[in-house]
Design a protein around this ligand. Structure first.
Ligand code: NDP
Ligand code: DGY
Length: 336
């Protein structure tokens, strides 16, 4: 370790592209939790102790306890995700101040925006179409012998042509979703969020209030980040403002949705259907009430899951870490 003085803890096996970058970095002494399963909390606390760099995933909660376990050596946290709600940003910032007093750099954070935008938008479109056109139900009917003949109203759903789509959080991914949906013949694109997005003009996107979006949209797509303001945003009052024929899609984070209220809205016919790529908890228990509903389709958080995207994400995560450790500018640094 004399030759490799920089200790890096990696909380999971990451794709080979990222590992190759890390292995080439001669300064690093790597300690990898060599598993496809999440690192147990106790192992995380042990592994991070005295580390200079930490590569983590969205399933690792990086809070005061982890930062304390790491100690003052920790310079960089690099997460292989664009979402960073699993990082206690306030705690990280606090340590920045303390370390500055000691004339050190403080903790820098890397993440993976942009490189997963296309894959996630593509998956969102797939989820939307599959939910609205009831593909899982159809597949089940074929396999289970429920397909008796062609029937005029059997397995009918809702189409995008002539529809109004409402996007909550028109960020990188929200915009990429909208760009992909418009060619299906969407008539109006509505969006809501904290501010008007000039880039929405290219799609004739209309900035509206949340209430207006909910009452007018045939498809409500959630692609915002999880923050204290968006936590539990999609609740009883939210669903009660939607059309009974509307389809709800969430590919942001599970905590944006109150799942009990969603179950109620789906089972009572308050809304037509829901497609979720994210839930609370993950994995969703197999006996969860939402999984008993035919009009609810749940995917296991696979928004960015293409081989190419995950490879690029891992490379970016490794490069963010190494740049941060050497004090260079990081390819994607989260400005705290
Ligand atoms: P961006 O930061 O580009 O977009 C997030 C958007 O959320 C911004 O437009 C932001 O608006 C908006 N937002 C923030 N607060 C609110 C609010 N109170 N109401 C409405 N909108 C709000 O991030 P990305 O598009 O790159 O990623 C978005 C999220 O998608 C990630 O944070 C992650 O949670 C999730 N994700 C999920 C994946 C999956 O596998 N399912 C894959 C990748 C990402 P403003 O600009 O005004 O702040
Ligand atoms: C993210 O990056 O935040 C996604 O949820 C997984 O790619």
């Amino acid at each position: 370790s004399g030759q490799r003085p920089v200790k890096v803890f990696v909380t999971r096996r990451i794709p080979p592209e990222g590992m190759a970058v890390l292995n080439k970095a001669e300064m690093c002494k790597l300690d990898v939790w060599d598993s496809d399963e999440p690192v147990p909390r106790a192992e995380l606390l042990k592994g991070v102790s005295g580390a200079h760099g930490l590569i983590c995933l969205l399933s690792d909660r990086i809070d005061a306890e982890v930062l304390d376990a790491a100690g003052p050596s920790l310079k960089v946290i690099s997460t292989m995700s664009v979402g960073f709600d699993h990082l206690a940003v306030d705690e990280i910032k606090k340590r920045l101040v303390r370390l500055r007093c000691w004339h050190a750099l403080g903790i820098r954070v890397g993440y993976t925006p942009d490189v997963l935008t296309d894959a996630t938008a593509e998956l969102t479109v797939a989820l939307l179409l599959a939910t609205a056109r009831r593909l899982p139900e159809g597949v089940q009917e074929v396999k289970g012998g429920g397909w008796s003949t062609w029937k005029p109203l059997w397995l009918c759903g809702y189409g995008l042509s002539g529809s109004t789509v409402g996007v909550i959080g028109l960020g990188r991914i929200g915009m990429a979703i909208a760009r992909r949906l418009i060619p299906f013949g969407v008539k109006r694109l509505l969006y809501t969020g904290r501010q008007v997005k000039p880039q929405a003009e290219e799609l004739n996107g209309e900035y509206v209030s949340l209430d207006e979006l909910l009452s007018q949209s045939d498809f409500v797509v959630v692609s915002c980040s999880l923050t204290p303001e968006t936590q539990g945003l999609c609740d009883n009052s939210f669903f009660s403002k939607m059309k009974s024929t509307a389809v709800f899609i969430n590919t942001s984070r599970g905590s944006v949705v109150n799942q009990e209220d969603l179950y109620e809205a789906l089972s009572s016919g308050q809304i037509a259907a829901a497609g979720l790529d994210v839930t609370v908890p993950e994995p969703l228990p197999t006996d969860h009430p939402l999984l008993t509903l035919k009009n609810c389709m749940v995917l296991p958080h696979i928004g960015s899951a293409t081989y190419t995207t995950r490879g690029i994400m891992s490379e970016l995560t490794a490069n963010n870490l190494l740049s941060g450790l050497t004090g260079a500018s990081m390819p994607s640094e989260l400005v705290l």
